[in-house]
Design a binder for this molecule. Structure first.
Ligand code: MN
Ligand code: MN
Length: 466
């Protein structure tokens, strides 16, 4: 029966080569560009996890989501949400099927690498005032010097009231920075390893140089800075110990390239997936088949611990309370659930091909990157989705016009990493990682392709509607 094929025919039939996909679909490009406009706005108003939670809540409220009431039985199509400790977001759209048949979960994280202020940050040195910082997450420290920085955060006062603030984002605001040596005096510093180009203890943010008028005061610049802060926010030096203040790049999200095909911004990891997830759950029109849950977690960059991290029982507490209203054991619901862990993946960088595995790494404009497994050094700490789960997702994407690619994090033994996928998989939920490929991940200015952002949105939407 088998007919003899030519080599060319065999090649077409048998071989697989991932394809650059962005140029294949003309109207998708326009849709991707429109989607990117909304995303850039989101990014400019969500520079910290707290701000991302506030903006997400506004979007949810505008779409008719109501604050979750634990004992209440919800009907299909009802929309609920809750904010965990001001830093994480959970939203659910109730499905038609009973909870026993499982949820459709999509999880992302809204915390990003940055510089946090220490509890006693303010000091003066040689007539300049500074903030001392403790970096948060995987930061390449040298990247944070000599760029404009903004300061965002919250002070809680002795009376229990709190004040949120952000300085450095408005065009008329001042900005801040970490200084570096001039090349003329940098010879010795040049001999340092790149990881110590700027050391952790050198990440001190310059915040002032003016003094109070009376000359006889000790540390007059520091005092002057504090007087200004007191006038504006009513705080004293002591109040820094009751604060959470983050130093982030002051730049706004911008189109990148003459063709505007990419977006550069601080915090794509993982707000690019968080936004796609939020947009997708808001765009589910009728009551979905299964209950859709959107989780935007905090503390991924430091291991997902704590009350607002993915390991917190706050998230399953919410789902358990939902399940209780239908007398369904949470474990039963989890066993029948599916979770898409939407986190960014490292994109191949033609500038640094030596760390990549070109056959397996994600590329910009090749679509949403599915990551079957994570981990490092022999997949240690991996969450490895089964072949069946990959097959399920591939079919889902094929049925919904989602352009996707497989991805892995660079060469074996070059490095590695993990996501929050394992914390769901450990709860007996079938989970797989997929998300937007990013260049310069964790840098103050990361780059993604608009096409991939839009495909990730379509991918999440498909997962919700399945
Ligand atoms: Mn991430
Ligand atoms: Mn990260």
């Amino acid at each position: 029966m088998s007919e003899k094929l030519t080599a060319k025919e065999y090649a077409e039939k048998l071989l697989y080569t991932p394809e650059y996909a962005a140029d294949k679909q003309a109207d998708v490009k326009e849709k991707a560009a429109a989607f990117a406009e909304g995303y850039k706005k989101f990014m400019d108003s969500a520079k910290t996890e707290r701000e991302a939670a506030v903006v997400s809540e506004q979007m949810l409220l505008a779409a008719g989501y109501k604050a979750f009431e634990p004992k209440k039985a919800y009907a299909p199509g009802e929309k609920v949400y809750f904010i965990q400790e001001n830093k994480a977001v959970v939203a659910a759209t109730i499905g038609q099927k009973p909870y026993e048949e499982g949820f459709r979960l999509v999880i992302a994280h809204i915390d990003c690498p940055r510089l946090d202020l220490r509890p006693n940050p303010l000091y003066e040195s040689d007539h300049m005032s500074y903030f001392r910082t403790h970096y948060y997450g995987g930061v390449r420290k040298y990247q944070w010097a000599t760029i404009p920085l903004a300061i965002h955060g919250v002070f809680t006062r002795a009376d229990g009231s709190s004040v949120n603030f952000a300085i450095g984002e408005d065009e008329n605001d001042p900005v801040f920075c970490i200084t570096d040596l001039l090349p003329h005096l940098g010879a010795e510093q040049n001999e340092r390893k790149l990881s110590e180009g700027i050391k952790g203890e050198e990440l001190n943010v310059l915040i002032g140089s003016d003094t109070v008028e009376e000359e006889d005061v000790k540390e007059a610049v520091k005092l002057n800075t504090l007087i200004l802060l007191n006038q504006k926010y009513g705080i004293t030096e002591r109040d820094f110990t009751r604060a959470e203040i983050e130093v982030v790049p002051a730049a706004k999200a911008r189109d990148v390239g003459f063709d505007r095909s990419m977006i550069g911004a601080y915090g794509h990891d993982d707000r690019v997936c968080a936004y796609a997830e939020l947009k997708a759950i808001l765009d589910i029109e009728a009551a979905p088949e299964k209950t859709c849950v959107c989780i935007l977690a905090d503390k991924e960059e430091t291991g997902s611990d704590g009350v607002s991290g993915m390991q917190s029982s706050a998230f399953e507490c919410f789902m358990e309370e939902l399940c209780d209203s239908q007398n369904v054991p949470l474990r039963r619901c989890f066993a029948n659930s599916f979770c898409l862990s939407a986190d960014v993946t490292a994109a191949f960088d033609p500038n640094f091909p030596e760390v990549s595995e070109k056959r397996n790494d994600a590329k910009l404009n090749y679509g949403m990157g599915i990551c079957k497994f994570t981990g490092a050094r022999g997949k240690s700490g991996t969450s490895d989705a089964s072949a069946e789960v990959v097959a399920y997702l591939r079919k889902l994407f094929a049925d919904n016009g989602v352009v996707w690619q497989m991805s892995e994090l660079g060469k074996v033994d070059q490095g590695g990493g993990g996501t929050i996928a394992k914390y769901m998989a450990n709860r007996n939920i079938d989970t797989i990682d997929a998300g937007v490929p990013v260049m310069s991940m964790h840098a103050p200015f990361e780059v993604v392709a608009k096409f991939d952002c839009f495909m990730t949105y379509l991918g999440v939407l498909a997962a919700y509607k399945a």
